[in-house]
Design a protein around this ligand. Structure first.
Ligand code: NAP
Length: 305
């Protein structure tokens, strides 16, 4: 039976609060929740939406003490080692953050008897025959992918109550963000610079602002399960870039087609990927929007900020 979002839990802990998803989570929840954020960097927030504690999640005992002191009613784990190519050269760093920290958080969540909302990725799939359902077999390729897969399996095995959410090609608005494909693309096209975009990687990109809303719905419904969340259509990165340019009134002719092999990236990418989102639509009544609808929402968000 579907329950509508209510005001519980009142106190939340968000890891990676400075990051792209983290900032969108703060925006979503700060209106009716007291938020403690944890991030390795100093706060990017210019208001009191979040009590940001600068801490490396690898400091397990300090992490435990911080969480226990703040008594959150749920933990949302948005932090990750997200440098996909960098992970190939520093597997230890990727595994420590992406595979072991989720286990620490699951144990702390159990100790406090609270749920853990863990963010995973489409990279858990090989990308040979997507799009994928939540129930499809995982076959992560590359170090980042394997570290994220181990992270979600650890959460599944340890946490008494958890939701594992897989977005793909996350984009959205935020301050001082490291990298966001859409931000980068809009910047380059506005500058009149030509960009090379791959035609052979397929996904249904996830708009971070709506992902934050989905997380609210998942918590409100105590929907402790694995969920996929992205846009309605699976498209190539090139087609996605064309849609971004169209919606933002930028020059599509500056977008040039290349293939993934032209990029010589260190880590493999899931090529024919994408996340089937029927389950969240059917079980939680969430409407899955088209890429264009979500880009229009981003445009409104950017105008309002
Ligand atoms: N971005 C995508 O396209 C994408 C796609 C699918 C899934 N995801 C997943 O979605 C989640 C959110 O991604 P995002 O793009 O919002 O990531 P992001 O912008 O890189 O944010 C992650 C935040 O966590 C911080 N962090 C990293 N290691 C930390 C540590 N040891 N201790 C404390 N803080 C630490 C980062 O700080 P630094 O920046 O200083 O490292 C950053 O502020 C991640 O789980 C990611 O794997 C992302």
């Amino acid at each position: 039976m579907l329950k509508w979002p209510n005001k519980k839990p009142k106190k939340l802990l968000i890891t990676g609060a400075n990051g792209m998803l983290g900032q969108n989570l703060v925006k979503e929840f700060s209106t009716d929740h007291e938020i403690t954020g944890i991030d390795i960097g100093p706060s990017v927030f210019h208001d009191e939406a979040v009590n940001l504690i600068q801490l490396n999640l690898l400091e397990t005992e300090a992490l435990r003490e911080t969480i226990i002191t703040h008594e959150p009613e749920a933990i949302i784990h948005g932090a990750a080692y997200t440098n996909v190519d960098g992970a190939e050269k520093d597997a230890d760093a990727a595994f420590r953050v992406n595979a072991y920290v989720p286990g620490d958080l699951a144990r702390i969540a159990n100790e406090l008897d609270i749920p853990l909302i863990h963010i995973s990725t489409d990279y858990v799939f090989s990308g040979d025959n997507g799009p994928y359902r939540e129930s499809d077999a995982c076959d992560p390729q590359g170090i980042y992918a394997r570290s994220k897969y181990e992270g979600e399996e650890t959460v599944r095995n340890i946490a008494k109550r958890s939701a594992i959410i897989r977005p793909n090609v996350l984009y959205g608005h935020g301050y001082d963000l490291k990298s966001s494909f859409v931000d980068w693309l809009i910047f380059e096209l506005k500058e009149g610079n030509a960009v090379n975009i791959v035609t052979d990687q397929f996904s249904n990109p996830t708009y971070a602002r709506r992902l934050a809303v989905m997380i609210r719905i998942i918590i409100a419904n105590e929907a402790w399960d694995t969920w996929h969340f992205g846009a309605k259509e699976v498209v190539s990165r090139f087609d996605f870039a064309q849609q971004v340019a169209d919606v933002f009134g930028l020059r599509t002719e500056l977008i040039h087609a290349i293939s993934t092999s032209d990029l010589n990236q260190a880590a493999p990418r899931p090529m024919k990927c994408g996340l089937i989102c029927d389950k969240i639509e059917e079980k939680l009544g969430v409407k899955i929007l088209s890429i264009q609808e979500e880009l229009e929402l981003l445009k409104e968000e950017l105008h309002a900020s």
